[in-house]
Write a protein that binds this ligand. Structure first.
Ligand code: SF4
Ligand code: SF4
Length: 195
């Protein structure tokens, strides 16, 4: 899809967020969460879109929730911390820096160390071994700083466990979430979302 589009237009980077991008598919979710066979207290952020509830799956936007914003004027540096993911969230996050999303054009960069990070992006189910690393990564970040939980594991099923350790400013649903919605969460979190 991206290659065909690139050949036609000579450019593959999405116009999002200036314009919505109809090429970007939405995620699949059940019509209703009432028949969930996996969780007893299911909500939009913990639905994995697995389809085991046998509901009709419909294309819907991933959910983004921003509880508190990070006031920051300069470029934003993001440290991605995998606290026990299956790898799929990481693949979507890696697309943000690729030509398809090119989030550098919006002032976002990844950093290999929490010491230079403004945003801690957490993915995966929080394992016991990763607990101290999560805590230490957050402590090493300079102020002001914020935490973004990405994907159904970090933003739903394991959110409470993460929040026992560090404050979560924003979250994105999806298993895995579409990169567009991770980008939307970053823009809203840093007060750069104009709609
Ligand atoms: S798709 Fe899976 S997680 Fe979501 S409501 Fe259905 S059974 Fe539950
Ligand atoms: S939210 Fe889904 S895709 Fe992301 S780490 Fe968890 S199981 Fe994997």
């Amino acid at each position: 899809m991206w290659i065909i589009r690139g050949l036609k237009k000579g450019i593959i980077t999405t116009p999002f967020p200036k314009k919505d991008d109809e090429y970007i598919p939405k995620s699949y979710y059940p019509d209703s969460l009432k028949n969930c066979t996996v969780f007893t207290d299911i909500h939009n952020f913990s639905c994995m879109g697995c389809g085991l509830c046998k509901s009709d799956m419909v294309r819907r936007e991933d959910h983004v929730e921003v509880r508190k914003t990070l006031s920051i004027k300069k470029s934003v540096h993001i440290f991605v911390l995998d606290v026990g993911s299956c790898g799929a969230c990481n693949r979507e996050i890696s697309l943000l820096g690729a030509p398809q999303y090119d989030f550098h054009r919006l002032g976002f960069f990844t950093t290999p160390t929490p010491k230079h990070a403004d945003v801690l992006m957490v993915v995966g189910e929080l394992t016991d071994d990763m607990l101290p690393i999560l805590r230490e990564s957050y402590e090493l970040m300079p102020e002001p700083k914020a935490v973004l939980a990405v994907g159904a594991c970090a933003s739903g099923i394991y959110l409470k466990r993460i929040e026992k350790e560090i404050p979560v400013y924003a979250r994105v649903s999806g298993c895995p979430p579409q990169p567009k919605y991770i980008l939307k969460a970053l823009l809203q979190l840093t007060g750069r979302w104009n709609e």
